[in-house]
Design a protein around this ligand. Structure first.
Ligand SMILES: Nc1ncnc2c1ncn2[C@@H]1O[C@H](COP(=O)(O)OP(=O)(O)OP(=O)(O)O)[C@@H](O)[C@H]1O
Ligand SMILES: [Mg+2]
Length: 468
């Protein structure tokens, strides 16, 4: 493996975005002085938590600190996950952000610590500088020979390229001819050919051709014919995560495993080799570590072994910033009989900066519902919005958000265009919120299975979320 980590395969990897409960969140909505704007980038209210999150993002972007951990704590539906998503969006493309729900650890086909290790390494970026040789010049002529025998296996041809100072003819093989065709390269184009991979990039059309090609349309980019030598050394930078390097180097099908997620456990020796290699690159100035963010939602689902692992992992000098979130109050630490705040052991809590989220005001709820209506492209009358906001205050923000889609469907059904009060009340009757459902359960308890609800108040279940 020594010198040839398969990095170049990573160049074309793209990130996939999902649409869902938080798709309206486009950032933290802060101004340049990190002051939260009342409503911006899909974010409403929750100002002090957003500001705190902004400070963390700033720290991450400066890239100096490693191994800090932040806890976002608050009641259900107060925007903890939303704030984490906002951080992810505002952190910049090059900084890796990896996300994991505590419960996921227990359903993977690998040990919990291996899963955590992978999550950690997904959150550590490596910026690698590579020098490659490129041929850069203006195409003078492309000449493709007709095969002497019809259907002969491979085509051949010649490519003439020039700079302002020189002109050279290159022999073409079948692969290059195909690549030129794919990029639709013609004479007069300025191109760059990566010598190692044979990848062709069209840089634009030469200015000298600007007159003959008036008809090419405004999108044509004109560039100067390059000067100097045809062959140049160029520095290219790519960013990958340690996890990506691990996977690619640990299996023959490594690259594909990244897409299927079927990475399996990665052997310790592979990681060690990679860490050594990366350390060498850092010393030679070829690579830089970019500590990213690992977000673990529902952190109370972790058990004592996971927490110990996190304690240790945070002390590594390549550690990312860890952001965890929970809605639990004082509860049992999984895997023990001890209770602690948020179900998190005290030694780990001690390492955390805590951001707390507050319940929303009626005004905030109205604005969030407004944004969600826009996001889901639902038109709603003002009266209906007022009613929905009331429902949000009385029950929960989440329940009110859910009603938007269903009310829109009810509206469609009666061939309406704008969601009115009647649609809202119709779905309010169709779908119960927790309070009404509980009430129903209380009334008809005896008819359900396993009904063991004690009659008195103050049922302090371990798993009860924080409710004041
Ligand atoms: N400040 C906000 N601005 C805009 N949308 C918000 C805000 N806070 C919450 N939301 C939206 O409200 C819904 C519920 O919030 P979220 O899922 O973040 O709550 P949570 O605190 O993570 O709850 P839980 O403890 O149950 O996980 C989401 O759709 C979220 O995008
Ligand atoms: Mg959440």
């Amino acid at each position: 493996m020594a010198g040839d980590l398969k990095i170049s395969e990573m160049r074309d990897l793209t990130k996939i975005e999902r649409v869902g409960a938080h798709s309206h969140i486009r950032g933290l909505g802060l101004d340049s002085a990190l002051e939260p704007r009342a409503a911006s980038e899909g974010m409403v209210g929750q100002t002090s938590a957003r500001k705190a999150a902004g400070v963390i993002v700033k720290m991450i972007q400066e890239g100096k600190i490693a191994g800090r951990a932040v806890l976002i704590a608050g009641k259900p539906g107060t925007g903890k996950t939303a704030i984490a998503m906002g951080m992810a969006k505002s952190i910049g493309q090059e900084t890796p952000f990896s996300m994991l729900a505590g419960s996921e650890l227990f359903s993977l086909e690998m040990s919990k610590t291996e899963a955590l290790m992978q999550a950690f390494r997904k959150a550590i970026g490596v910026r690698i500088k590579e020098e490659t040789e490129v041929i850069e010049g203006e195409v003078v002529e492309i000449q493709i020979d007709r095969p002497a025998v019809a259907g002969a296996a491979s085509k051949t041809g010649k490519l003439t390229v020039k700079t302002t100072e020189m002109e050279t003819v290159y022999e073409l093989g079948g692969k290059m001819i195909e690549a030129l065709g794919k990029e639709k390269v013609q004479s007069g184009d300025v191109i760059a050919i990566d010598k190692a991979s044979g990848k062709i990039t069209k840089l634009g059309r030469s200015f000298s051709r600007s007159r003959d090609y008036d008809a090419m349309g405004p999108q044509t980019k004109f560039v100067q014919c390059p000067d100097g030598e045809l062959q140049k050394r160029k520095e290219i930078v790519h960013c990958v995560t340690l996890h990506e390097i691990d996977v690619i180097n640990s299996r023959t099908q490594g690259f594909l495993a990244l897409f299927t997620g079927d990475t399996g456990e990665i052997r310790g020796e592979v990681r060690e080799q990679i860490d050594t290699k990366v350390a060498e690159w850092r010393e030679e100035g070829k690579a830089e570590i970019v500590p990213g963010v690992l977000f673990i939602d529902e952190v109370h689902m972790l058990d004592i072994e996971c927490f110990s692992f996190l304690n240790r992992a945070l002390e590594n000098d390549m550690a990312p910033i860890l952001v965890v979130a929970t809605n639990r109050g004082i509860t049992t630490i999984r895997g023990t009989n001890y209770k602690s705040p948020h179900g998190i052991p005290l030694d780990f809590l001690d390492r955390l900066l805590i951001i707390s989220t507050q319940p929303y005001t009626e005004e905030d709820i109205r604005k969030i519902l407004d944004i969600r209506c826009q996001e889901e492209e639902v038109e709603m009358s003002d009266d209906a919005k007022i009613l929905l906001t009331k429902i949000g205050v009385e029950t929960s923000l989440r329940y009110a958000i859910q009603l938007i889609t269903s009310a829109a469907l009810a509206c469609q059904k009666r061939k309406g265009r704008i969601v009115e009060i009647e649609d809202i009340s119709r779905v309010y009757e169709l779908f119960y919120d927790v309070h009404r459902s509980t009430q129903y359960l209380m009334e008809y308890q005896s008819e359900f299975m396993f009904s063991e609800v004690p009659t008195g108040e103050g049922n302090q279940d371990d798993a009860t979320p924080m409710v004041s």
